[in-house]
Design a protein around this ligand. Structure first.
Ligand SMILES: Nc1ncnc2c1ncn2[C@@H]1O[C@H](COP(=O)(O)OP(=O)(O)OP(=O)(O)O)[C@@H](O)[C@H]1O
Length: 305
């Protein structure tokens, strides 16, 4: 039996009143499959990182994040580099990483497919933020409008409306805000470096950001050892909506103001509003690299990395 901890976010997703019932079912299933698992609710926003680190210190060899991408993000901060495996039980309104790994969106069904011997090693992104602690990610980091959106969302009661709250606030932000341009340096896989003036810069590991942002990540993959970089040139009023529409149609590469490339690092030359995995990460000078630690992740079936 693999000593494990399941951290569930009582504030994630919908059907929160059923969460403890679902969690009990998930635990029973995981136990029957070889995980000696104990559960604990996350205590507050971001607390999953410390709780996951404590679980590993107390002997957990796997930590399950039961929630959405935000809960996975929190747990990863606590276990990256420790050797503990990450398990994902989707219960959020956005479960993009689970989907990328072909983990079913139904939590009980997901639990039935996870076994201690089924896992892959994935390289994490390291997101350096000046004096702030480095963050690790398996999903995405974005500087510019998406960072600002996550800052705005800090004060919003999401009230179980899930993604619709994001869409509403994204629209409001676009209508009310001027997005300043900033300089980024892209270090490409062949060692070359290029500077760009942009209004938005993203480093992605997943191809489907779900919902109306679905098309934006097309071409990115968690199994790709390099970073999928998307840069959007000014003027924001023109290039951002055109990007959105063309991405929706699967034609983002036709956008004259968009650069899409594979890279090893993406560095901003000035402070920018930053989001990592859909979480506000500060107004910082940022360096996103593919040099984070390898992370073992439980998957439904053995997959060639
Ligand atoms: N006990 C808690 N109380 C309040 N917030 C929490 C708690 N535990 C975790 N969180 C925070 O909840 C946020 C959302 O978590 P998550 O992404 O897992 O759910 P979600 O329903 O997909 O999220 P959302 O729709 O709000 O993006 C994260 O910022 C996480 O840190």
């Amino acid at each position: 039996m693999l000593p494990s901890k399941l951290l569930y976010n009582p504030a994630a997703g919908r059907q929160r009143e059923r969460r403890s019932h679902v969690v009990q079912g998930v635990i029973a299933t995981l136990r029957s499959q070889g995980f000696h698992v104990e559960s604990e609710a996350t205590r507050a926003k971001g607390s999953g990182a410390q709780q996951a680190a404590d679980a590993v210190r107390q002997g957990a060899a796997a930590v399950f994040a039961c929630g959405g991408d935000g809960t996975v993000h929190d747990v990863l901060q606590g276990i990256a580099g420790t050797g503990a495996s990450l398990g994902i039980i989707p219960c959020g309104s956005a479960n993009a990483l689970a989907q990328e790994l072909r983990i079913p969106s139904d939590p009980l069904r997901a639990a039935t497919l996870l076994h201690p011997q089924h896992s892959i090693q994935l390289r994490t992104m390291a997101v350096h933020r000046g004096d702030l602690p480095t963050l690790y990610s398996l999903c995405m980091a974005g500087a510019g409008p998406d960072g600002l959106l996550m800052y705005r969302m800090l004060t919003v009661n999401r009230g179980g409306l899930g993604r619709w709250r994001y869409y509403e606030h994204a629209l409001r932000l676009f209508c009310s805000h001027r997005f300043p341009k900033f300089q980024v340096e892209v270090q490409q896989s062949d060692g070359s470096r290029a500077e760009h003036t942009v209004v938005s810069a993203m480093g992605l590991r997943i191809g489907d950001l779900q919902g109306i942002f679905r098309g934006i990540g097309r071409g990115a993959s968690i199994h790709d050892p390099s970073l999928h970089v998307i840069l959007v040139a000014p003027p924001a009023r023109l290039t951002l909506p055109l990007w959105f529409v063309l991405a929706w149609l699967g034609l983002a590469r036709l956008h004259p103001g968009i650069t899409i490339c594979k890279a090893q690092a993406l560095v901003t030359q000035e402070t920018v509003p930053l989001q990592v995995d859909g979480e506000w990460a500060g107004h910082v000078i940022t360096a996103v690299t593919m040099a984070g630690p390898l992370q073992r992740v439980l998957t439904p079936a053995p997959v060639q990395a």
